[in-house]
Design a protein around this ligand. Structure first.
Ligand code: FAD
Length: 385
């Protein structure tokens, strides 16, 4: 029985979808993950198969060819992906489906959706979202990339940093300043790979998420026509903020899927490993610690589905999501640390899944809103005078 089977707001259809995703992960991801870690990216044919199975259209209205589901579905998906033990694969998919695609769905014109969505759903066009810059990450309003009106379009200059899916993907949603007099005067643009002046300056070498590709991008006098402006001019900052809640929830979702898998692997390992005349798992220090971590993973899982349920029912749970992302991503790292610890020397070997998972988890408290930034969001909403 999957762990989500006990989660209150999930119906049979969502649990079945979760199980279908677990099967896909077990059959199509796990056997190849080590090779993708070496290659530094997930092969396109795998993403196309996911597209063919409808996995990229969970949140897309049925009228547009998707399944018309909500945040609960995104989390069952993210948690199942997280069980892969290859978070680089997980994030490749979730940036496409839950971090970049929502911008197109929420802000795209009918023409933009008609032009791009079918290929996005089929995995033929992989998306990335380019907000972070070398000099602005947490402070989104501090970006320096500029877009200036030029004829029937916009001329964009600047650079973007740490952009997932930007080496092997096909189109980046770029945030650029369009109103220099307003700190929040930012707009979003659809910039296709191959547009003149738009280039990968560097494919970045990372601690973890090694099967995900990450790029530094340069925009050197890139010209795009008016049809590539996504959403309302100067409103991109607010449109980006709107999508942050979903982005943070799926990061927690994949992290909880991974933490659960790491605990399962470690319970199995310590149950087989003999020391001092018995099983490691029977040592009080180990079983009690693993039990405490399981309790925390269960609590985080319940909280994330509760947040998704609130979002699905029309509440914007900013305090709850911010606090959950801050706490759970730190806690997931504690899980990984202890799972490595209880594997002993094997936990430090590259051949062990928990070794990779501990490296992968380190980015969770930094990316998509650093812990300190999110705790400020909670503090602002604590009702203090
Ligand atoms: C592997 C990877 C993939 C990524 N993918 C993408 C992507 O696809 N698209 C994209 O746009 N970005 C992406 N990012 C960027 C990521 O979201 C940023 O790294 C993150 O927002 C932090 O920004 P920064 O690195 O500039 O750190 P800074 O903003 O320079 O912050 C550094 C540290 O200072 C502390 N800090 C910052 N602000 C505050 C504050 N207000 N109060 C207290 N402490 C604070 C935090 O500890 C923070 O970690 C990715 C990053 C990585 C590493």
């Amino acid at each position: 029985m999957p762990h989500v089977a006990k989660v209150a707001p999930l119906d049979d259809d969502l649990i079945a979808f979760h199980e279908q995703t677990l099967d896909f992960v077990a059959n199509e991801v796990v056997p190849h993950g080590d090779q993708w870690e070496v290659d530094g990216f997930v092969p396109r044919d795998v993403l196309q198969r996911m597209g063919a199975l409808g996995m990229f259209g969970l949140r897309v209205p049925e009228a547009l060819g998707g399944l018309g589901l909500g945040p609960l579905a995104s989390l069952t998906f993210a948690e199942a992906l997280g069980s892969s033990t290859y978070a680089g694969f997980d994030v490749t998919v979730l940036v496409h489906t839950d971090m970049a695609l929502p911008h197109l769905l929420n802000s795209g014109s009918d023409d933009q959706i008609a032009r791009y969505l079918p290929d996005v759903l089929a995995g033929e066009r992989i998306l990335s979202i380019g907000v972070t810059e070398p000099d602005a990450g947490s402070d989104v309003a501090g970006i320096r990339t500029r877009a200036e009106k030029d004829g029937d379009g916009w001329r964009i200059n600047g650079s973007k940093m740490f952009i997932t899916n930007a080496v092997h993907g096909d189109m980046t949603i770029i945030a650029a300043r369009t109103n220099p007099d307003d700190r929040y005067g930012i707009s979003m643009f659809l910039v296709e790979k191959g547009t003149e002046g738009f280039s990968v300056a560097k494919a970045l070498d990372k601690t973890g998420w090694r099967s995900s590709d990450t790029a530094e991008l340069h925009l050197d006098d890139v010209w795009v026509d008016d049809a590539q402006l996504l959403g309302t001019v100067h409103r991109g900052f607010y449109e980006t903020m709107r999508n942050f809640q979903n982005e943070r929830l799926v990061l927690v979702g994949m992290g909880i899927g991974a933490a659960q898998r790491a605990l399962d692997i470690t319970v199995e390992y310590t149950s087989e490993r003999q020391a001092f005349g018995g099983r490691l798992f029977d040592l009080g220090a180990i079983r009690q610690r693993l039990a405490m971590l399981q309790a925390q993973v269960d609590a985080a899982r319940a909280s994330m589905y509760h947040c998704a349920w609130l979002a699905e029912n029309g509440t914007e749970p900013v305090r709850e999501v911010s606090g959950l992302k801050a706490w759970a991503c730190e806690m997931i790292n504690e899980v990984m640390y202890d799972c490595v610890q209880f594997h002993g020397g094997m936990g430090y070997m590259r051949e062990t899944a928990v070794e990779r998972m501990s490296r992968d988890a380190r980015i969770l408290p930094i990316g998509g809103g650093a812990t300190e930034v999110l705790l400020e969001e909670v503090a602002k909403r604590m009702g203090n005078p």
